[in-house]
Design a protein around this ligand. Structure first.
Ligand SMILES: Nc1ncnc2c1ncn2[C@@H]1O[C@H](COP(=O)(O)OP(=O)(O)OP(=O)(O)O)[C@@H](O)[C@H]1O
Ligand SMILES: [Mg+2]
Length: 262
């Protein structure tokens, strides 16, 4: 019998304490390559803290993060990106005063390690590289339906489009694992449905595995499997949408209480 494929990503016994609060409490779960895995749970359950640990913003109090079978626990954020993990933020973090195109080009530049001096001097090879990166950035804006906003300053974009721009920017680092923290926050039901289609398309097109935090249950139930349910920092349940929906502990802790705040 074939053994199941090793997971792309795992957390093992992950724990984070803040002044006596157990924000994440001995959490373990796996993410299979190619999946869109969901993380749900009530406000304050520790979801974002998991992303902050994985991406090197916080050091865990205990436990480990494994990516492609290797520990990446405690790696610096830029190293985590180089390993192939990118994220978006619950509280959008864009270069507000720069154009959408610039927002996507910056990580491309960083990835190619373009020299700032070369760029200032405008050497032929730098100009060629810049042209190529610009084309790639425009391509990413197109996929996310943002090409008409290429020269728009990021903070002038409608909120839902800023969330899409964050996804484009994350994709510019060519991740194999994309972490999305509430990508549909602030979106109406129609925008949320079209975002769900877009996320599924992004997975196919970029061959990227997705781990997605959401309060919009319709989005999670439609495109995520499995779903990891957190409560008070710990794992409450893990299963298919149907399994999670039918789990009495999940209903009691979460789904029964007005389905989150958004
Ligand atoms: N830097 C910090 N310092 C102190 N406490 C923190 C910090 N970050 C998170 N917490 C606390 O850890 C707990 C988990 O927060 P977290 O943001 O991870 O929850 P969440 O599941 O993402 O919630 P939400 O759905 O509201 O975004 C909360 O009690 C929060 O107040
Ligand atoms: Mg959060």
């Amino acid at each position: 019998m074939n053994s199941p494929a090793a997971p792309l990503f795992s957390v093992r016994g992950l724990t984070k304490h803040f002044d006596g609060i157990k924000a994440v409490d001995s959490l373990s779960f796996d993410v299979a390559e190619g999946s869109i895995t969901g993380i749900i749970g009530p406000n304050g359950a520790g979801k974002t803290t998991v992303f902050n640990i994985v991406t090197g913003l916080y050091r865990p109090t205990a436990g480990s993060v494994l990516f492609r079978g290797e520990s990446i626990t405690g790696l610096r954020p830029d190293r985590v990106v180089r390993r192939g993990i990118a994220r978006t933020f619950q509280n959008i973090r864009l270069f507000n005063r720069r154009s959408c195109l610039d927002n996507v080009m910056t990580p491309l530049f960083q990835r190619e390690r373009c020299s700032f001096l070369g760029s200032l001097l405008g050497t032929p090879s730098t100009r060629r590289m810049e042209r190529e990166l610009r084309e790639r950035a425009v391509g990413l804006l197109q996929v996310l339906g943002l090409e008409r906003f290429a020269s728009t300053q990021a903070d002038n974009l409608p909120y839902g489009f800023q969330r899409k721009l964050e996804i484009a920017r994350a994709l510019a680092t060519e991740p194999s694992l994309l972490l999305l923290d509430e990508p549909a926050a602030g979106m109406n039901p129609e925008e949320t449905r079209s975002l769900a289609d877009l996320i599924a398309e992004v997975r196919e097109r970029f061959q990227v595995t997705i781990l997605l935090i959401e309060h919009h249950m319709d989005l999670v139930m439609n495109i995520c499997s499995p779903i990891v349910v957190m409560n008070f920092g710990a794992l409450l349940a893990r299963g298919t949408p149907d399994e999670v929906r039918a789990d009495p502990a999940v209903v009691a802790a979460y789904l029964g209480k007005g389905r989150g705040r958004r």
